[in-house]
Design a protein around this ligand. Structure first.
Ligand SMILES: [Fe+2]
Length: 317
């Protein structure tokens, strides 16, 4: 009985055409489209749902004007789902959807849901490229992997800026059983994982100095660092703007590349995160350091080589 990861995220999209083009260029597959929304999927079946801001199907915004609306976490069994429902219904309203998923809001008002979801096992399609190093030769008489387009496997983590970190940490750890991985001293941020054995973090929250609640970013795991760089260059060439990267995080050790999401916040390609178990001892980091190294503007190409997608290209959807 455990959480299996972040299953879906839902946004209100102020410009549906632009948002459709964005997530399609990002490497997600469109699996459904109706007037009131579009569903995209990663290769392991995580979903991104975008809806017009006026859609009655959107969960309520945590604050006025916030386009991020909901995160849904996968759980391994109906028994776990029932336990979460029982626990959370003690002090909040729970909606049950026809697919069996349950939906509510966290203490900050962020839309929060749960459903049974067991991601597929790793296979040849999900495996990283082989690597050669001085001590190990994995690739012999074979040219290394090159990616013309990233195809994200899953959404590995999500982050928010919140005014009251203590209340959020208490909720996710005590009510849902998330594990503390690391934090910054003085209550500046915490990193949680949804299961004892998991990548370094699945949910992180940073204290919002301004008091404004904000979705920070959602991270999409790709197969290896070749895909972070190859996918990032391809996305840049399609005209989407780098927020920060490529670079390497000191916390989690992952390689990353962030791009601005026209719906809200950012999206991140990442790979090679630390993986923790019950044995891990959380740190209290003194210095709030986002990256070990990074380029602020990615690797911009000369202007004449940049391809800007036109609105007519978006019309194919
Ligand atoms: Fe991240």
């Amino acid at each position: 009985m455990t959480f299996t990861g972040l299953f879906s995220t839902t946004y209100a999209a102020p410009d549906m055409k632009e948002a459709k083009r964005f997530f399609s260029d990002w490497g997600l597959k469109k699996i459904a489209e109706q007037r009131d929304g579009v569903i995209f999927e990663t290769s392991l079946g995580c979903q991104v749902i975008i809806r017009p801001p006026g859609s009655s199907l959107l969960p309520v915004a945590a604050r006025e004007g916030m386009n991020f609306r909901e995160m849904v976490w996968g759980v391994s069994s109906k028994t776990h789902l029932a336990k979460i429902k029982q626990e959370l219904s003690r002090d909040r309203k729970i909606d049950i959807h026809t697919d069996g998923s349950i939906h509510t809001y966290d203490p900050a008002g962020i839309g929060l849901g749960f459903r049974v979801w067991n991601p597929p096992k790793a296979n040849k399609e999900t495996s990283r490229a082989s690597i050669n190093s001085y001590d190990k030769t994995e690739r012999v008489n074979e040219i290394g992997a090159a990616y013309q387009q990233a195809l994200p496997l899953r959404m590995g983590h999500i982050g928010f800026l919140v005014p009251d970190l203590k209340e959020e940490e208490k909720f996710y750890r005590e009510r849902l059983g998330f594990w503390l991985s690391d934090r910054y001293v003085g209550g500046a941020a915490f990193f949680l994982r949804c299961a004892a054995k998991s990548q370094h973090h699945n949910l992180f929250m940073i204290w919002s100095e301004s008091g404004a609640l904000r979705h920070h970013h959602t991270a999409y795991e790709v197969r290896d660092f070749h895909e972070v760089f190859g996918g990032g260059v391809a996305f840049d060439r399609k005209g989407w703007e780098t927020e920060v990267g490529p670079g390497r995080h000191p916390i989690s050790s992952a390689y990353f590349w962030y791009f601005k999401n026209p719906c809200e916040g950012a999206v991140e390609y990442y790979t090679d995160s630390d993986y923790l178990t019950e044995e891990w001892k959380p740190h209290n980091y003194r210095v709030n350091r986002f990256s070990e190294w990074h380029l602020v503007d990615g690797i911009p190409l000369p202007e004449e080589q940049r391809i800007r997608p036109s609105m007519s290209a978006a019309g194919k959807y």
